[in-house]
Design a protein around this ligand. Structure first.
Ligand code: KG4
Ligand code: ZN
Length: 346
C-alpha cells in the first residue's frame, strides 16, 4: 500500500462522496451526500442524479478537506471511481479529478467501483486481508469472488438477472414501500412471518455439483415475479395490507438463503476461513447474521459498518492506495465507462 495522502471522489450513482486517506488506514476526512429526490420517482433518475452531482461536488470536497484540516495543495495523489455506474454521474467525478490533478501536477488513478467495495472492510479491520471469499451485493452488481490476493480475483459466480439490491428495490416498489427498498423491507421483515409465503430459494437444488453451471450463480427476478403474483392474488382478495410484513420477511428469507448457500459453497471449495461482505445489501443484518451463523466459530466474517457498505469515497481511496502503491497511474485519457470490466479477474 502507499503512504501517500490521497483524495478520492465517488460519484458513480446517486451519492456524492469524497474522502482523504493518509497512508493505508487513516481516513482523516469523509463526506457522503445522499440525493433524496429519487424517492418520489421510486428509483434513481440518471439525468437528475448527474446534475445533482455537479451541483454538490465542490462543496463535498471542500467539507472533506476542512474535516481533514488540509488544503488541495497537501494532497499527494487523487483517485476517482471510473466505472461501472451511471455514465453522466461518473463523468462528473472523473472530469473533476482529472482537471484538479492536472492543474496541481499530481498523479491520479481511476478505480473500479466493485474493487473499491472489496476494500471497505480492511479500512476498519486489518484482518480483512486475502485470501478470502467476497460476496459483493449492491444495487447494480452481485458477485461471488475468490480473492487470492489484492488485485487477483477469481469470479466464482454472479447474478444472471437482477442485482440483489435491485431486487430489494423492485419488491419494495411492488409492496408500496418507496426507494431505496432494502432498509424498508428489512424493517418490516422483523415483524413478519416468512413461513406464511414459502417462496422457493432460487438457484439452489439438490444434485448441484461444483461443475454445474448454476452452482455459484445467483438469480432474483423469478423470486420477484413470485412476489408479484402473490401481491396480485392478495389485491384481488383484498388482504394485501396485512400481508406486507409477511411478504417482506418471506422475500428477504429467500434472498438471504440463496446468498448464504452460495457463499458457503465458495468457503468449502476454496478452503478460505475468511469471508468479506460488501455493497449496500451488506447493511442487511439478517444476511450478515445468517452468513456468520453458517461460517461458524472457525471462520471470520467481515461486515463493513453501514456507512462503508453503501457507496462511499473512503473505500475508493483505499483501493487507490493499493493500486498507486504498485506504481499504477492513470493518464489524461482516462474516461468513465458504464461497463468497466473489473481489473485482475483471472
Ligand atoms: O452499494 P450501493 O450503495 O450502491 C450500488 O453500488 O449499487 O447499494 C445500494 C443498494 C440498494 O439497492 C439498496 O436497496 C440496498 O443497497 N440496501 C439494502 C439495505 N440497505 C441498502 N438492501 C437490503 N437491506 C438493507 N438494509
Ligand atoms: Zn456500490
Amino acid at each position: 500500500m502507499s503512504d501517500l495522502t490521497i483524495l478520492a471522489v465517488e460519484t458513480s450513482c446517486d451519492d456524492t462522496s469524497a474522502a482523504v486517506l493518509n497512508g493505508a488506514h487513516d481516513v482523516v476526512g469523509h463526506v457522503i451526500a445522499t440525493q433524496d429526490m429519487h424517492a418520489e420517482f421510486g428509483g434513481v433518475v440518471p439525468e437528475v442524479a448527474s446534475r445533482a452531482q455537479l451541483r454538490v461536488i465542490d462543496t463535498v470536497v471542500g467539507q472533506t478537506l476542512e474535516q481533514a484540516g488540509l488544503s488541495l495543495d497537501d494532497i499527494d495523489a487523487f483517485a476517482v471511481t471510473a466505472g461501472p455506474g451511471l455514465i453522466g454521474s461518473l463523468l462528473v467525478g472523473v472530469n473533476w479529478v482529472k482537471a484538479v490533478a492536472y492543474a496541481l501536477g499530481r498523479p491520479f488513478i481511476g478505480v473500479h467501483h466493485m474493487e473499491a467495495h472489496l476494500f471497505a472492510s480492511v479500512l476498519e479491520d486489518e484482518r480483512a486481508q486475502p485470501p478470502f471469499v467476497a460476496l459483493l451485493v449492491s444495487g447494480g452488481h452481485t458477485l461471488l469472488l475468490h480473492v487470492r490476493d489484492w488485485g487477483r480475483y477469481r469470479l466464482l459466480g454472479q447474478t444472471r438477472d437482477d442485482a440483489a439490491g435491485e431486487a430489494f428495490d423492485k419488491v419494495a416498489r411492488l409492496l408500496g414501500l418507496g426507494y431505496p427498498g432494502g432498509p424498508a423491507i428489512e424493517r418490516l421483515a422483523r415483524e413478519g412471518d416468512a413461513a406464511r409465503h414459502p417462496f422457493p430459494v432460487p438457484m439452489v437444488r439438490t444434485g448441484q455439483i461444483e461443475e454445474s453451471d448454476d452452482y455459484y450463480d445467483m438469480s432474483f427476478s423469478g423470486l420477484k415475479t413470485a412476489v408479484l403474483m402473490r401481491v396480485r392474488e392478495l389485491e384481488k382478495e383484498g388482504g394485501l395490507d396485512r400481508e406486507v410484513s409477511h411478504l417482506s420477511a418471506a422475500f428477504q428469507r429467500a434472498v438471504v438463503e440463496q446468498l448464504a448457500e452460495k457463499t458457503m459453497r465458495a468457503v468449502r471449495s476454496t478452503g478460505c476461513q475468511r469471508v468479506v461482505l460488501g455493497g449496500g445489501v451488506a447493511r442487511n443484518k439478517a444476511l450478515a447474521e445468517r452468513i456468520k451463523g453458517r461460517v461458524g466459530r472457525t471462520g471470520l466474517v467481515f461486515v463493513p459498518s453501514p456507512r462503508l457498505a453503501t457507496d462511499n469515497a473512503a473505500m475508493v481511496a483505499r483501493a487507490a492506495s493499493f493500486r498507486l502503491g504498485r506504481g499504477e497511474r492513470s493518464g489524461l485519457a482516462l474516461n468513465a465507462r458504464a461497463d468497466l470490466p473489473m481489473p485482475g479477474v483471472v
